[in-house]
Design a protein around this ligand. Structure first.
Ligand code: GLN
Length: 254
């Protein structure tokens, strides 16, 4: 007994010196995650309080929390996110990233967490001449740099004159002032923009022109983070948290 007490006392002393390993670890469970906050409703700044909000933001916080982690979010340009994961500055990135084979050569992805796809916004005055994506050939198209929409405009639209911008917001501004005939980007983002802004001079083609899935970007060799995110995502999909986040941003699932 005496022995036990003194061992306990010693470990308390040791604990004080090391700031008590266990609780210090618990406090330091932080995931460093990057995003690009001009992609509503997935990630954007709420103008009423300057907070970073969105479906992806709620999702990554819930995924991390399910594994006992908190999230430290950094904001950077979209085309800087994968490089920041590659250098280890970030452990993960969430920004409506489409899972593509090209990206998979450089980084790992979580399981898909959202079904999306590209859509086309056109100048309202071209509504009758641009009825589908084939009609876009020869037209000027604004895109966001480094995105699947940018690649589509460059590779799949015949004779397109493509101009790249850093953010989706700038592409919409350019379309609004007539600087391009169309914008190609993720359709849910177009939809949210139209619903919020109600621009009179834009028209959206009804169809998805691609079908894509979003995944969380993680370092290829970072098995620890891959495992945390895989397990957290599975938990929130099973316990209903994913569904409530989905409903908060998009309404009930069809
Ligand atoms: N889903 C598109 C992509 O991955 C656009 C993402 C974004 O602009 N945030 O390229």
């Amino acid at each position: 007994m005496k022995n036990k007490v003194s061992t306990f006392a010693k470990s308390l002393g040791l604990c004080a010196v090391l700031l008590c390993g266990v609780s210090a670890d618990a406090e330091e469970q932080v995931l460093r995650v990057g995003t690009e906050p001009a992609f509503a409703p997935f990630e954007y700044i709420d103008e009423s309080n300057s907070e970073l909000v969105g479906f992806d933001i709620d999702l990554i916080k819930a995924v991390a929390a399910a594994e006992g982690y908190s999230v430290e979010l950094s904001q950077m340009p979209f085309d800087g996110l994968i490089p920041a994961v590659l250098t280890g500055q970030l452990e993960a990135a969430i920004a409506g990233f489409t899972i593509t084979d090209e990206r998979k050569k450089r980084v790992a992805f979580s399981a898909p967490y959202y079904d999306a796809g590209l859509g086309v916004l056109v100048k309202a005055e071209l509504k009758d001449s641009i009825k589908n994506v084939a009609d876009l050939s020869g037209h000027s198209i604004c895109v966001q740099i480094g995105t699947s929409g940018a690649l589509y405009a460059q590779n799949d639209v015949k004779d397109a004159k493509v101009t790249q911008f850093n953010t989706s917001t700038e592409t919409y501004m350019e379309l609004a002032k007539g600087g391009c005939d169309a914008v190609i980007n993720d359709k849910p983002v177009h939809e949210y923009y139209l619903a919020k802004t109600k621009p009179q001079n834009m028209h959206m083609l009804p169809e998805f022109i691609t079908s894509e899935q979003y995944g969380i970007v993680i370092g290829k060799n970072d098995e620890k983070t891959q495992q945390i995110i895989a397990s957290g995502l599975k938990k929130i999909q099973q316990n209903g948290t994913y569904n409530s986040i989905y409903e908060k941003w998009f309404g009930a699932k069809k």
